[in-house]
Design a protein around this ligand. Structure first.
Ligand code: ADP
Length: 667
């Protein structure tokens, strides 16, 4: 037989595995990967298109919100609203400015006449310096009139006079009254009365007021500056702004923050005044040359450091136009819910809005995504950016998503197949190598088994042939040994032939009615004759009546031969073998028991495997081929019987064959 090199065999199997599993796996894997890739690219394209449509819908929604925009006074986004005629004259309707340019003031100061009704009092106070009389005069006026235009100058004059007469409490009480009742009025058509009264209170309290009262006065004063109850011009504002700083030098966190807000509003007011004074609202900053819109509404973006606004112009009639300036950030914030609803309710889109400096103005994020698509706002809006991203399903969700999941399934399947293929190949490879090794051992064992009887037969034949054996008795011994050895040879060859037949299921059985007791007695007779040494005892126990069984006589003889041969071989120093024949329930049991070397529990699991030989016998140099028990097991299977074993190392072994009893077979 040509020896096989395990190394080259291993290489061959790995090559086949690579060709049959790895290569197709890689090709299929690559195809699946391409599939996933293409699918992803398609989905990304689709998602981009979706987001683009969403962004268009969003911008269109802003445009139509402009058309439907009905400004309310308290709308936080409304900065100014005015009517402009064809001549360019503007009439301010409502606004959130701190002060106004003179031309936009409703009351023009130069048209107002001085408070003639208290001239008499002023003369008494300033020229005659008859303070008590002047006070009486003013108070008389106060009592007599309900007209604010007359009453306010009288009240202010009385308070001033109290102060002059060193009666600060009286003055303070009057100023409180003025601030409470006439806070939205102008004195002499230009001085905001509320602010003026507040300033006077601050001045009086500076020396005599309690700490709490002083602080409240300051806060009220700043609130009035921030939310002017009446319109006045920049000069008035500046005057009151500066005066406060001069009177109240020490501040705290709240006052500071009010001042900071005041400064911002001031800058915004200046900017808005600049815009309002532009005849066509073309400001110097920003990209505002665009004028577009629908339904007679056009929008122009206007932005600076202080403010990002949109100027909306609506045609009121042929001669007049309504102009509205809105704070764009406040506008988007107050309408964000409505605008967001314009997005497809089924798509979970994350929305962010960034201004031109990259500052986040607004965000509605369902689940944060890394990749946002940026869409610039259209030209009729400030140059902001709309950032959109679609929430993609996670890995597991994608896996279960039919269209794209299939590629992943293929991918996983291939990987699984490759791993399984690999494990299977390695297992087969090892099994193959193990069997190969056992086969080689078997061949060498069998050769040895064949050679030793042949050698002794040859030697003895030669001696007899050359007449070297002298006595007849000696000759007879030689013949007996030769017979025994040839019987051993024939049994061995029978074993090998049967093994090969059984291995590929060619073995035919001839089932006949068999009296096992008779067979055993004959077998023992011949066996006892060929026992290797004198002193070996085989005891045979049987019941009185032995049932007839259906069995193949030669096969059962082979079972007996193999089991008893093993018992003899592995008896060690013991010289006793027991053969017990008995029946139990529906089985006839034939047990061969020896008191020899026994079998380790590890070997007990494997000795029925083909070519397997126990470690101990190999170590002790006991002959054998490793197919005896495999043959016994196969024969028992063919007889629908069983083979059982009980053994302890050093104490011996009992092999029992269980043969099925057919009914009515007990003799
Ligand atoms: P062989 O006896 O030719 O080695 P077998 O198939 O008959 O092959 O037995 C397989 C192995 O089972 C033996 O090598 C030996 O290790 C073990 N064995 C079988 N019978 C006995 C026994 N009676 N006592 C101890 N070991 C045994």
């Amino acid at each position: 037989m040509k020896p096989t090199n395990p190394g080259s065999r291993r290489k061959k199997i790995i090559l086949y595995y690579t060709l049959a599993v790895v290569l197709p796996g890689i090709i299929l894997g690559y195809m699946a990967y391409r599939g996933i890739h293409n699918d992803q690219a398609l989905r990304e394209k689709e998602s981009r298109r979706n987001l683009e449509m969403e962004s268009q819908a969003f911008f269109a929604a802003i445009d139509s919100s402009f058309v439907q925009f009905i400004p309310k006074k308290d709308d936080p986004s409304l900065l100014a609203m005015f009517v402009k005629d064809t001549g360019g004259t503007k009439k301010l309707i409502t606004h959130k400015l701190l002060y106004l340019p003179a031309e936009l003031l409703t009351a023009q100061p130069e048209q107002l006449s001085p408070p003639a009704n208290i001239e008499e009092g002023l003369r008494l106070e300033f020229i005659d310096r008859r303070f008590s009389e002047a006070l009486r005069f003013y108070q008389n006026k106060i009592l007599k009139t309900t007209n604010p235009a007359e009453k306010i100058p009288a009240l202010v004059a009385s308070a001033r006079l109290y102060n002059k007469m060193h009666q600060p409490d009286g003055a303070k009480a009057l100023y409180y009254e003025i601030r409470k009742d006439y806070t939205g009025c102008l004195l002499n058509g230009q001085i905001p009365v509320g602010l003026m009264a507040s300033l006077e209170i601050l001045k009086i309290n500076k020396d005599i007021g309690k700490q709490d009262e002083k602080r409240n006065n300051s806060l009220q004063y700043l609130e009035l500056l921030l939310h002017p109850p009446c319109e006045y011009d920049k000069n008035q504002f500046d005057l009151f702004y500066q005066s406060f700083k001069a009177i109240i030098p020490e501040t705290d966190a709240v006052i500071d923050s009010l001042f900071a807000e005041l400064d911002t509003q001031r800058a915004r007011t200046d900017y808005l005044i600049r815009i309002l004074s532009e005849p066509d609202l073309i400001t110097t900053s920003g990209n505002n040359h665009y004028k577009g819109g629908k339904n007679g509404v056009s929008s122009i973006p206007i932005y600076s450091d202080e403010l990002t606004a949109v100027y909306l112009s609506q045609d009121k009639n042929e001669d007049e136009q309504i102009g509205i300036v809105i704070d764009f950030q406040a506008y988007l914030k107050s309408r964000s819910e409505k605008l967001i609803q314009k997005f497809d309710p089924n798509s979970s889109v994350n929305v962010k809005i960034e201004d031109n400096n990259g500052r986040l103005i607004f965000s509605r994020v369902i689940k944060e995504e890394a990749a946002y698509l940026s869409f610039p706002f259209p030209e009729n809006l400030p140059q902001w950016k709309l950032l959109l991203s679609e929430n993609k399903p996670g890995f597991i969700a994608t896996l279960f998503k039919a269209e794209s999941g299939i590629y992943l399934y293929i991918f996983i399947l291939i990987a699984l197949l490759m791993v399984l293929g690999f494990v299977f190949t390695i297992y087969t490879l090892n099994e193959e190598l193990r069997l190969n090794k056992l086969k080689s051992e078997f061949i060498s064992n069998v050769s040895h088994e064949l050679k030793s009887p042949l050698t002794s037969i040859r030697m003895m034949t030669e001696m007899l042939h050359r007449n070297r054996v002298q006595t007849e008795e000696r000759k007879s011994d030689y013949y007996a040994v030769m017979l025994e050895e040839s019987e051993r040879l024939s049994h061995l060859i029978d074993n090998i032939l049967d093994f090969s037949r059984m291995d590929d299921d060619r073995k035919k059985y001839d089932f006949i009615d068999l009296n096992l007791d008779e067979l055993l007695l004959k077998f023992l007779e011949s066996t006892r004759e060929r026992l290797p040494e004198p002193g070996f005892d085989i005891r045979y126990n049987r019941p009185d009546r032995v049932p007839i069984i259906q069995a193949d006589k030669n096969a059962i003889l082979q079972v007996l031969y193999n089991l008893v041969d093993n018992a003899i071989k592995f008896s060690g120093t013991s010289r006793q073998i027991d053969i017990n024949l008995f029946y139990k329930e529906d089985e006839l049991l034939l047990c061969v028991k020896d008191y020899g070397i026994g079998i380790s529990s590890i070997d007990q699991e494997r000795i029925f495997e083909r070519f397997y030989r126990g470690d101990e016998p190999q170590r002790m140099g006991i002959r054998g081929s490793g197919i005896g028990l495999t043959i016994v097991k196969k024969i028992m299977e063919a007889h629908k019987g069983r083979l059982t074993l009980e053994s302890k190392p050093g104490e011996g072994s009992t092999f029992c064959v269980h043969l099925l009893l057919s009914k009515n077979t007990v003799t």
